[in-house]
Design a protein around this ligand. Structure first.
Ligand code: AMP
Length: 427
């Protein structure tokens, strides 16, 4: 499969070739023809899959071949993103992929002066990339008209919901014309995402792909069986004895992340926590400190880690196994990238045996178990339930064939349930 097979025009193919891309990624191969056909899309894809080009290229083509508008240029495509960083990134992609087309785009997000944004809108833009809050500021100041939008993209929709944007999204939806194309991208499918998709999408094409460069096969993975109460001591021991300098540690809860970072600091190991209760600024700072080596251990929840650029780490530790097996793959995918050596270690207590079995089922292999001297689990310990609040344990996505488009089905039906992430667990 090449980009030439996807139905893109020469201007777009030239821009793609300028980027140096030789082959479409799986999501691009599926999304580009589907978007060009004009239908709605529900796509399960993480950052790193090439999803941005997957929606940007066909979106540009549809706008370019659509009805030319006379007079003032109305906004015809709206891309909503959860963060300003992502808005900037998508905006850049729109610019580079659209460089041979006569279309205009602009980016709108909060935290910066609104004036230049008003000027850009006044000059007319075809494609608007925006975060929801600032977008609504423009609407209330009457500096933006969304009544001519033909294509709506919700990028990283799950993150937008995690960040509390659902009401803003609904307000934006109410301002759009009923007749339009909708593209929804989300890394996960919680009940909230399915509800949003059900109300928004019309007979969508469902597309799911695994993360690009999945490291599951190449990363050295080890399970250390250990009692829950001794995990922290074992982690400190491993960090010191193996002289790990940059470790990303995953916990299941925000509270657990804070507590562990504090305990490690008491052990003399410089640590920071990132999770959903921390502002974007605090997360970015923790990440920057971690990258430059000022912080040796970054403790994160799955939700906080998603979307942050923390790839290519030497060491990932699962302090607790994730509730959703596929998150294990995403977590360890943070290490061993681009041919580097990577190691993923999981500290597994007796309570987590079921989660471990689910992960091994997903990976289709057993992971090596190594008991660390001095940390042998107490054989008399009885397993306690990992989750107290949720009704059923983690969905095991191994049951889904994640590399296949599921045709034009509604997103509810047999997708629900097993794909569902338990947000309530990040407490
Ligand atoms: P995204 O998932 O959209 O954030 O893209 C992840 C990265 O993959 C970006 O740095 C893109 O420039 C790159 N990328 C996108 N499509 C391709 C492709 N077909 N071949 C190689 N790299 C790509």
């Amino acid at each position: 499969m090449t980009f030439n097979d996807l139905g893109l025009t020469t201007e777009l193919l030239r821009a793609v070739s300028d980027q140096g891309y030789s082959q479409p990624t799986p999501i691009q191969a599926k999304a580009i023809p589907a978007v060009l056909e004009g239908g709605d899309i529900l796509a399960g894809a993480q950052t790193g899959t090439g999803k941005t080009a997957g929606f940007t290229l066909p979106l540009l083509q549809r706008l370019n071949t659509g009805q030319p508008t006379r007079g003032q240029r109305p906004v015809r495509a709206l891309v909503l993103t959860p963060t300003r960083e992502l808005a900037a990134q998508v905006g850049e992609s729109v610019n580079s992929y659209g460089k041979y087309l006569p279309l205009r785009s602009t980016i709108i997000f909060g935290g910066v002066s609104i004036r230049p944004q008003i000027n850009a809108l006044r000059n007319g833009v075809d494609i608007l990339v925006a975060t929801p809050g600032r977008l609504l500021d423009h609407v209330s100041q009457k500096t933006l008209d969304l009544s001519k939008v033909e294509i709506l993209v919700l990028d990283e929709a799950d993150r937008m919901l995690d960040m509390g944007f659902i009401r803003d999204i609904r307000k934006v939806l109410a301002l759009l014309p009923k007749q339009r194309q909708n593209l929804l991208f989300s890394a996960t499918f919680s009940r909230e995402i399915k509800q949003l998709a059900d109300g928004l999408l019309n007979a969508p094409t469902l597309i799911e792909v695994a993360r690009r460069n999945t490291a599951a096969e190449s990363v050295a993975q080890t399970i250390h069986p250990v009692d829950k109460s001794r995990k922290r001591a074992l982690l400190s021991h491993l960090i010191s004895s193996k002289n790990w300098q940059q470790v990303l540690v995953f916990t299941r809860t925000k509270h657990g992340a804070n507590r562990l970072a504090g305990q490690l600091a008491k052990d003399g190991i410089n640590s920071a926590a990132i999770h959903g209760n921390k502002s974007q600024g605090a997360r970015t700072k923790a990440l920057a400190d971690f990258k430059k080596g000022a912080v040796r251990v970054l403790v994160a929840t799955d939700i906080a880690a998603r979307g942050l650029d923390i790839d290519q780490l030497p060491q990932v530790v699962n302090f607790e196994l994730p509730n959703v097996s596929e998150d294990y793959v995403h977590r360890i995918g943070r290490t061993g990238r681009a041919g580097r050596e990577g190691e993923a270690v999981s500290l597994v207590s007796i309570d987590e045996q079921k989660l471990l079995r689910d992960i091994e089922k997903l990976l289709k292999r057993q992971l090596p178990k190594v008991v660390v001297d001095g940390y042998t689990p107490d054989p008399n310990k009885v397993a306690e339930p990992v989750q107290k609040k949720s009704a059923h344990p983690a969905g095991n996505k191994a049951k889904h064939n994640r590399n296949h488009s599921r045709g034009k089905n509604k997103p509810n039906g047999n997708r629900s349930g097993s794909n569902q992430r338990h947000r309530s667990s990040e407490n």
